[in-house]
Design a protein around this ligand. Structure first.
Ligand code: SF4
Length: 417
């Protein structure tokens, strides 16, 4: 039976696991063996680890939690995108999305159950925040997705089955797999998930300690060993923690900017009331970008809200002098969404205005929209929670909806200055 007070195995790297094994009276050399089973073979149950005796397996399970996330649903979109709903030990659920592209496979992970920030265009933001994810729950999404995608099977990523199920038949996915095998990237196995982006449910910088620990784990040689270039943290602009991304992790940074002026941004992103564009840009100009890195600017195109040429020019002014990549996201409508997607001609004009200034720009192809897996559409559909946890009362009071504030003030009267 799962003991949720135990430390989870997916939060360990080899040195911390050695120490833990020592503490429970087991030889520390087992640490490398155990992590080898988990990250090289995709086996997480100690009873199935062939060089671990059943006695030792039982002992391990007494002291360490080896339970993977529970998969509730797995949906395949027509374009090959896969969306999972995973259940956590306390009954909450989160979504994780895999996006295959010609030369990469990107996994979009969640960092919180829900989100407090209530960006008006975001489906996740409508559900409030239940709690932060732990580091192992973040790593667990990568592990489960890799497992489901066949990273450790003899025939990784059963494309034929995938195509049959999803009706997806483009050549580029075949090419992607072929290319990955050729490249090898210094690991023996073809890595199905080549890139990880923190763009799922939640604001990663509001859960910094766990996001930091999860990244440390994902990048460690004894686990998945991802390079810092392969991971991107996307923030809506939590200024206080932005510098940590560079100083602690060195991974890529994406900013959900979505509007170039305070008036528009505050209307669609309440966080702008706390950290406005001036403060955000000051933090970004101080951000020590590594060589040949750039900041990605996420810009969702909302019809008649932020999509004019004037907005494009203001954006250019804002990011002037910063190595930049602008990622334009045609808005993905969801049931009840208050905005419409900008029409194609408007999006094209906006893009051309950015491109003419010599800034790399891309219009993101919407992926997985038929299964609500596209950007901004994630929302734990089977989630029953409506309440806000005790973890962020102050934040909820600042940014939450009226009903969220009501709940929090009922729960925490006098405690949420
Ligand atoms: S866009 Fe991101 S930060 Fe904003 S509400 Fe949605 S999940 Fe939260």
């Amino acid at each position: 039976m799962e003991n949720t007070t135990q430390t989870h195995i997916l939060s360990f790297t080899v040195n911390s696991l050695k120490q833990k094994l020592k503490d429970i009276g087991m030889p520390s050399f087992r640490a490398g063996q155990i992590l080898g089973w988990i990250y090289d073979k995709g086996i997480i149950n100690p009873s199935e680890m062939k060089n671990i005796s059943q006695k030792d397996a039982e002992k391990l399970k007494q002291h360490i939690n080896f339970e993977p996330l529970t998969m509730v649903t797995e949906q395949l979109a027509k374009d090959g995108t896969v969306k999972w709903l995973f259940k956590l030990h306390d009954g909450h659920d989160i979504e994780t999305v895999f996006i295959p592209e010609p030369n990469r496979g990107t996994l979009c992970v969640s960092s919180q159950v829900g989100c407090t920030l209530n960006c008006r265009f975001c489906h996740t933001g409508t559900q409030g925040l239940a709690r932060n994810l732990t580091a192992d729950e973040i790593v667990g999404q990568v592990w489960m997705a890799a497992k489901r995608l066949g990273q450790w099977s003899d025939q990784p990523f059963n494309l034929k089955l995938h195509v049959e199920k999803s009706g997806f038949d483009d050549q580029w996915m075949l090419d992607m797999l072929a290319n990955q095998k050729e490249k090898g990237e210094g690991v023996e196995r073809a890595r199905i998930i080549s890139n990880i982006v923190f763009m799922g449910m939640g604001e990663p910088l509001f859960n910094w300690p766990n996001v930091e620990k999860a990244n440390d784990t994902l990048m460690h040689d004894s686990t998945f060993g991802y390079g810092s270039r392969k991971i991107t943290i996307s923030t809506s602009g939590m200024v206080d923690n932005i510098g940590n991304i560079a100083s602690s992790l060195g991974v890529n940074l994406a900013i959900s900017i979505h509007a170039p002026d305070n008036e528009t941004r505050t209307k669609i992103m309440p966080i702008n009331k706390k950290w406005d564009i001036d403060e955000l840009m000051a933090a970004l100009r101080a951000f020590p970008l590594k060589e040949r890195r750039r900041i990605t600017w996420e810009y969702v195109m909302l019809k008649d809200v932020n999509d004019s040429v004037k907005h494009a020019k203001m954006l250019l002014k804002l990011i002037e002098g910063i190595p930049s990549f602008v990622n334009i996201i045609p808005f993905n409508e969801w049931p009840g969404s208050p905005f419409k997607r900008s029409d194609s001609a408007t999006i094209e004009t906006f893009k051309n205005t950015i491109a003419k200034a010599g800034i790399d720009v891309n219009v993101r192809r919407s992926r997985g929209s038929d299964i609500l897996a596209a950007c901004g559409q994630l929302r734990g559909e089977t989630s029953k929670f409506n309440s806000i946890s005790t973890e962020f009362p102050t934040v909820v009071m600042q940014y939450g909806t009226d009903s969220q504030k009501q709940k929090i003030s009922v729960q925490f009267t006098g405690d949420v200055a």
